[in-house]
Write a protein that binds this ligand. Structure first.
Ligand SMILES: NC(=O)c1ccc[n+]([C@@H]2O[C@H](COP(=O)([O-])OP(=O)(O)OC[C@H]3O[C@@H](n4cnc5c(N)ncnc54)[C@H](O)[C@@H]3O)[C@@H](O)[C@H]2O)c1
Length: 328
């Protein structure tokens, strides 16, 4: 039985990856320090003989007994609210955590895939963003802790590939959504749906003309799976190129949820990228991948998930205290 280690397993993407690898017949080791994750996301796996969980911080030495075939490094605070609140841990997990996992990959002779991000393109001067674009990132701005950690992560991964001949894969993930996102994670979809479900007005930052593109989690997981199984070692964008302005998206949420609230506007936060759209030509050519789930279908699924959360969960004070929900 092939064995895979997934870091960030209790988080949004990590938990869906655990599900996918279990479904494919793998033995899965999930690792997480629960800094932004929640065991609820993987508790359904605890009864399986093919799943194990290690409560561990990957910035400390990582030991896993026995063989390992694959490592997927997804541990990292991922939303602006999280990484602005825990900036040092964000830098450490991207830098020290990645270093530890690359070392483990060498020891086990395992193939490693690391989760990079569209944020390495910063506030892009090229649109849509293809993998050859080097980005427009501030090293010292508040978001630098995330963006630069991910850029370092890509560099050290390529260095291990070139110097040690390690089997490495790099995915550049664009905004992804789906069940198990947290209502208070500061991202636009849970923020809008949370407001609609609580009967509050929807807050748009700036004039709402900034664009985003959203990829449904099942499509994202399929892209990651195909990349891991491919022999391609350069970075690949995985995301949905269908672009929408935040203002139009807010209108769509109003229609979807049937809320009779209105849109209110607040000033734009620092470094908010104005455009975000993946060029997925490389993923199409190399992996034969493109997203299959459109926004209407995906949003319906995620709305069902949030609708079924308890009122108590929806109404938590911290869920109403977001400040910059659309910064990515
Ligand atoms: N969701 C997206 O749209 C998106 C976009 C681009 C990149 N990514 C990347 O994908 C990965 C997962 O993102 P997500 O959206 O699932 O976020 P998430 O916050 O839901 O999951 C991250 C998980 O990593 C864990 N973690 C953080 N630091 C750790 C450490 N030092 N040791 C062990 N575990 C640690 C957290 O507890 C959490 O469970 C991240 O690397 C993120 O940068 C996600």
């Amino acid at each position: 039985m092939k064995k895979v280690l997934i870091t960030g397993a209790a988080g949004f993407l990590g938990s869906h990856l655990c599900d996918r690898f279990i479904k494919e017949g793998y033995y899965v080791i999930g690792m997480d320090n629960l800094i932004t994750g929640d065991l609820k996301n993987i508790e359904h796996l605890f009864k399986l003989k093919t799943f194990e969980f290690y409560h561990h911080d990957v910035t400390k030495f990582v030991h896993v007994p026995g063989k390992l075939d694959y490592i997927l490094h997804f541990a990292s605070p991922a939303s602006p609210i999280d990484y602005l609140k825990i900036p040092i841990q964000t830098l450490k997990v991207g830098a020290l955590g990645t270093h530890n996992l690359l070392g483990l990959a060498i020891e086990k002779n395992a193939r490693i895939l690391i989760a990079s991000t569209s944020e390495i393109y910063g506030d892009p001067l090229v649109h849509p963003q293809n993998e050859d674009y080097y980005g427009n990132v501030s090293t010292i701005g508040p978001r630098g802790v995330y963006d630069e950690a991910k850029r370092f992560m890509e560099s050290i991964t390529m260095a291990y590939h070139r110097f040690h001949g390690l089997e490495t894969r790099i995915v550049r993930i664009f905004n992804t959504y789906g069940p198990r996102m947290r209502l208070n994670d500061g991202r636009v979809i849970p923020a809008f749906i949370g407001q609609a479900l609580r009967g509050e007005d929807l807050t748009v930052f700036g004039d709402g003309s900034q664009t985003r593109s959203f990829c449904y989690v099942d499509d994202q997981v399929e892209g990651i799976y195909r990349l891991l199984m491919s022999d391609y070692t350069e970075p690949i964008n995985i995301g949905n190129p269908e672009e929408i302005t935040i203002r139009d998206f807010a209108e769509e949420i109003i229609k979807l949820t049937g809320t009779n609230q209105k849109i209110i506007y607040k000033p734009l936060p620092v470094d908010d990228p104005l455009q975000r759209q993946p060029d997925i030509t490389r993923a199409k050519e190399i992996l034969g991948w493109e997203p299959k789930i459109d926004r209407v279908e995906g949003m319906q699924k995620v709305y069902e998930y949030f609708k079924n959360l308890s009122e108590e969960e929806l109404d938590k004070k911290e869920h109403r205290e977001f400040t910059s929900h659309n910064i990515r």
